[in-house]
Design a protein around this ligand. Structure first.
Ligand SMILES: Nc1ncnc2c1ncn2[C@@H]1O[C@H](COP(=O)(O)OP(=O)(O)OP(=O)(O)O)[C@@H](O)[C@H]1O
Length: 452
C-alpha cells in the first residue's frame, strides 16, 4: 500500500482529501504545518507527498527542497492557488513531479497520484523525477510520444539547428524557459546522431544531493562507503558511446563541476573507491533555464566548464514566441490525453481556442499539456469547453483582444515593465520574476524597443 503525506493548513480540506485517498486504497497521514510534516517525514518512509505551496510560516518550495535532501526520489505534487503558476513552475524546477491548481476534483488528484506512483500506463516523459528514478540507467522513450516540429519561424529555426548539430560530436548547451522542450530537444539530437544505437542517459542535476553526486556520475565499488552494498556503474559508463544529458547543469556544486570537467577533458573516469581508470566516450548535452553567463560572472559556475559544454548553443522558444504552433501542440496533447485516459474527445470549442490564444503560458508546453489533460478528464461531451479550464488560464479574459497579436504583445510588454520596476530595473532580477533567461529578457526589450 503506497504511503502518502498531505500537508495543507486548511484542516477541513486536508481531512476530506485524506478520507478520499484512504477510500482509494492509500495509507495517508496529514500535517497542517511544515514543522509537523518534517517530523512525520523523518519518521516514516513515504512514497508521495502532496503539499500546499502556501503554508503558514514556511515556503512550500523550501519544504519540497528539504524533503528532496532527505530522499531524492520522493514524488512530490504541489497544490497551488489561483495565479501561482510561477511558483508551481519553480517547484517543478526543484524536482516536483507535477502541480495541481485548486480547486480540483477528487478524480484529478487521483489521476496525478497514480501517474506519479506509476500505477497507470501514463507517459512519464514529462517528469523530472523520472530521471532520478532512472539515474544510471537507460532512458526509455515512450513509443507513443512523438516530437512535434511546429509551424512557426521559431520552430523552423530550432529544427534546423537540431539537424545541423546532431551528426557532429559537439557539446550542446540548451537554454530556455521551463517546460519549453529542452529535454525533447536533447533527445532529438541524440536520435538524429550516429550515437542513437547507444544510450541516451538523462540526469537531473537539480535532484542529486551533492554528497552522492560523484558516485552517481562515476559509479562506485562495493564497500567504498557505507551503503555501497554492491558495485554500481555511474551515468558516464551508462552513456558510453551514447549521449549524457545533464539537465539543470547550473545546480551542480563547484566540486562536482571540477570532477565533470576533468572527466570531459581526460575522457576517463574512476569509480569511487577504485584506482582503475575507465575510458568513456560520451557526448554531452546540457540544459539550463538560468543564465549561466551570469553564474560565471558571479563565480558560481566555472568558466572553463561553461566553454567546454557550450560548443554550440540552442534556445528553445517560449510558447508566447511560437503562438502559430499552439493549436498543433494542443491537438497533439489532446490525443495523448485521450490515449492515457481512454477517452475520445474530438477537439476544443471555439471559446477554448480563443482563451488559449490569449493566455501567456508561463509554464510553456508542459503547462499546456497539463491543462489539456485536466480538461480531457473533466470533459463529458465531445469537445473541451471553457468550464474545464483552470482559473489562471482565464486570467486575460477581460482584456480587449480586438487585434490579438497586438494585445498579446501589449500584455507581455506590460509584464516586462512591471517586473523591471518591481526589481528596480535590475534585469537579472526581473528575468527571474518573469521566469525567463536574462538573454530572453534582453531580446524582448529590444524587440519591443523599450526605452529604459
Ligand atoms: N516538440 C515536442 N513535441 C511533443 N511534445 C513536446 C515537444 N516539446 C516538448 N514537449 C512536451 O512538453 C513537455 C515539456 O518538455 P521538456 O520536459 O522537454 O521541457 P524542459 O524544457 O526540459 O522542461 P524543464 O525546464 O522543466 O526541464 C513534455 O511533456 C514534452 O513531452
Amino acid at each position: 500500500m503506497s504511503k502518502i503525506l498531505i500537508i495543507e493548513d486548511d484542516a477541513a480540506f486536508c481531512q476530506m482529501l485524506q478520507k478520499f485517498l484512504t477510500r482509494n486504497g492509500y495509507d495517508v497521514e496529514v500535517s497542517f504545518t511544515a514543522q509537523d510534516a518534517k517530523i512525520k517525514f523523518a519518521k516514516s518512509a513515504f512514497d508521495l507527498v502532496l503539499t500546499d505551496l502556501r503554508l503558514p510560516n514556511y515556503d512550500g518550495v523550501q519544504l519540497l527542497t528539504d524533503f528532496k535532501e532527505i530522499n531524492a526520489k520522493i514524488q512530490v505534487i504541489v497544490m497551488t492557488g489561483y495565479a501561482e503558476v510561477g511558483s508551481a513552475v519553480d517547484a517543478m524546477k526543484k524536482g516536483a513531479y507535477d502541480y495541481i491548481s485548486k480547486p480540483f476534483t477528487p478524480e484529478e488528484i487521483l489521476m496525478q497520484i497514480k501517474s506519479a506512483l506509476n500505477e497507470e500506463a501514463v507517459s512519464k516523459s514529462n517528469s523530472k523525477t523520472d530521471h532520478t528514478k532512472k539515474s544510471g540507467s537507460v532512458e526509455s522513450s515512450d513509443s507513443e510520444d512523438q516530437v512535434i516540429s511546429g509551424l512557426s519561424e521559431a520552430s523552423r529555426k530550432l529544427n534546423e539547428y537540431i539537424k545541423l548539430v546532431a551528426p557532429t560530436n559537439m557539446s550542446v548547451l540548451i537554454t530556455g524557459e521551463s517546460g519549453t522542450g529542452k529535454e525533447v530537444t536533447a533527445k532529438a539530437i541524440h536520435d538524429q546522431s550516429k550515437r542513437n544505437k547507444f544510450n541516451f542517459v538523462a540526469v537531473d542535476c537539480g535532484a542529486i544531493p551533492k554528497e552522492i553526486a560523484t558516485s552517481e556520475f562515476f559509479g562506485h565499488i562495493k564497500g567504498s562507503f557505507t551503503g555501497a552494498i554492491e558495485d554500481k556503474i555511474g551515468h558516464f559508463e551508462a552513456a558510453h558511446q551514447g549521449t549524457l544529458f545533464l539537465d539543470e547543469i547550473g545546480n551542480l556544486s563547484y566540486e562536482n563541476q571540477i570532477q565533470l570537467l576533468r572527466a570531459l577533458q581526460e575522457r576517463k573516469i574512476k569509480r569511487v573507491g577504485s584506482t582503475k581508470e575507465i575510458t568513456v566516450d560520451v557526448r554531452i548535452i546540457t540544459a539550463t533555464n538560468e543564465d549561466l553567463t551570469e553564474a560565471v560572472e558571479q563565480g558560481t559556475f566555472r568558466e572553463d566548464l561553461f566553454h567546454r559544454i557550450n560548443e554550440f548553443s540552442i534556445e528553445t522558444p517560449a510558447l508566447v514566441d511560437r503562438y502559430e504552433d499552439l493549436m498543433q501542440f494542443a491537438d497533439y496533447f489532446l490525443q495523448k490525453a485521450n490515449r492515457s485516459l481512454e477517452k475520445d474527445i474530438q477537439g476544443f470549442s471555439e471559446e477554448v481556442i480563443a482563451i488559449f490564444g490569449k493566455y501567456h503560458w508561463p509554464g510553456n508546453l508542459r503547462e499546456l499539456q497539463n491543462v489539456i489533460k485536466r480538461a480531457v478528464l473533466l470533459t463529458t461531451g465531445d469537445f473541451v469547453e471553457k468550464e474545464t479550464l483552470p482559473k489562471e488560464v482565464h486570467k486575460t479574459k477581460e482584456i480587449d483582444f480586438s487585434d490579438e497579436k497586438f494585445s498579446k504583445a501589449d500584455y507581455e510588454k506590460d509584464q516586462i515593465v512591471r517586473a523591471l520596476k518591481q526589481s528596480n530595473f535590475n534585469k537579472s532580477k526581473a528575468a527571474k520574476l518573469l521566469q525567463i533567461t536574462r538573454k530572453t529578457l534582453y531580446n524582448k526589450i529590444n524587440h519591443y524597443n523599450l526605452d529604459l
